[in-house]
Design a protein around this ligand. Structure first.
Ligand SMILES: [Zn+2]
Ligand SMILES: [Zn+2]
Length: 361
């Protein structure tokens, strides 16, 4: 059974206010740090008390409000920014990594990331031109109308101002013991939501610091895009299976609220994705040859697709295509043609001799 253990967080969530700073273990605190203009509202930064200072897990967005909230939260936990010895970043999304550089500047603490996310920093945050070009090509392949491609390809560039780019000092690989005094913490590589996503597991305390890998209420977004592995959802489902049986009494996620019932939550998420794949199969059975973009628009979404902001439309097509790739790997779906690629159930797919001939000379 899934039980919400962060009851004060849940009450605050329902009331639409920021939850309190709380002690969530003998030497662990949670600090909700606001995210501007975002339905997730806050990221939860965890503070681990060490004999010689504190470590934090994730840092928050790079805004003044977030900075102030983090400072105040550290004070509530009896520490200050100067005490931060380590900044463990679950992944490089701006709500987790955005403030890491500024925290390091003030505290001298080291920043840790998984290499697969560290690798993305230059492209994502320093020189995004190549990223935009690759995104344009991939949107064209999924059949996005030419008029919308540029807008969609550049839809999330504005986010960069919420990140201070900081290269990590420490790279954490799967299974690495995090070098902190007084706590056993193992880095678990859980790719999917991000190629280098990390969870942190303490066996002795039976807790999982889960980042965005699993949240109690929403499904973390797993999309195909140019900075992703070729099969992110396949990886994600594998990463869920992997943590399913850990000895964990409480999951400490980076959003929403704390909960218990790890394996049950994993099962719900696995089921959610299977349902989505069934929906895709049904759609392609009714309309063979749909391009990714049209398939995406035909799926059920919580809000009217056309009213979604552009960056969410782009995420939606990436999410639908992530399911398509898993179905391809299972042999259920076949692509045919280019620009756009048309999707068929393998049983209905045109033969290779029917491939359109391009650039025939
Ligand atoms: Zn994220
Ligand atoms: Zn997040």
């Amino acid at each position: 059974m899934i039980t919400i253990t962060g009851t004060a967080q849940k009450t605050a969530w329902d009331a639409g206010v920021l939850p309190p700073v709380e002690r969530v273990g003998p030497d662990i605190w949670s600090i909700p740090v606001p995210i501007p203009n975002n339905p997730l509202r806050y990221v939860i930064v965890y503070v681990i008390e060490l004999p010689n200072g504190v470590a934090i897990v994730d840092a928050g967005w790079n805004t003044e409000e977030a900075w102030e909230t983090l400072n105040n939260g550290l004070a509530r936990a009896g520490a200050s920014m100067n005490d931060v010895k380590a900044i463990l970043v679950t992944h490089i999304h701006p709500d987790h990594y955005g403030l890491a550089g500024r925290v390091r500047e003030v505290s001298g603490g080291w920043i840790a990331l998984h290499p697969a996310d560290a690798k993305l920093i230059p492209n994502r945050y320093v020189d995004p031109q190549q990223l935009v070009e690759e995104t344009t090509r991939s949107l064209r392949r999924t059949g996005v109308p030419e008029l919308s491609i540029e807008e969609l390809a550049t839809a999330s560039l504005a986010i960069r101002m919420f990140v201070s780019t900081a290269e990590p000092d420490v790279l954490l690989e799967d299974g690495d013991h995090v070098d902190l005094p007084g706590i056993d913490l193992t880095a678990l590589w859980t790719p999917g939501h991000s190629p280098g996503h990390l969870c942190f597991y303490s066996q002795s305390r039976r807790i999982l610091l889960a980042g965005d890998h699993l949240l109690p209420r929403i499904t973390p977004i797993v999309t195909i895009h140019t900075q992703q592995a070729p099969d992110p959802l396949g990886q994600y489902l594998g990463s869920l299976e992997r943590i399913r049986s850990l000895g964990v009494d409480e999951v400490l996620p980076a959003h929403e609220y704390r909960f218990s019932g790890l394996s049950e939550r994993v099962d719900q998420l696995l089921e959610h994705h299977e349902k989505r794949m069934t929906e895709i199969v049904e759609r392609l059975s009714d309309s063979p040859g749909l391009a990714g973009w049209d398939l995406t628009r035909s799926l059920s979404w919580a809000h009217a697709f056309n009213e979604l902001p552009l960056y969410m439309q782009r995420a939606a097509v990436g999410e639908a295509m992530a399911h398509v790739v898993v179905l391809e790997h299972r042999g259920v779906i076949t692509r045919h043609g280019t620009d756009p690629e048309c999707l068929y159930l393998s049983a209905d797919a045109p033969g290779p001799e029917d491939q359109p001939v391009r650039d025939a000379k």
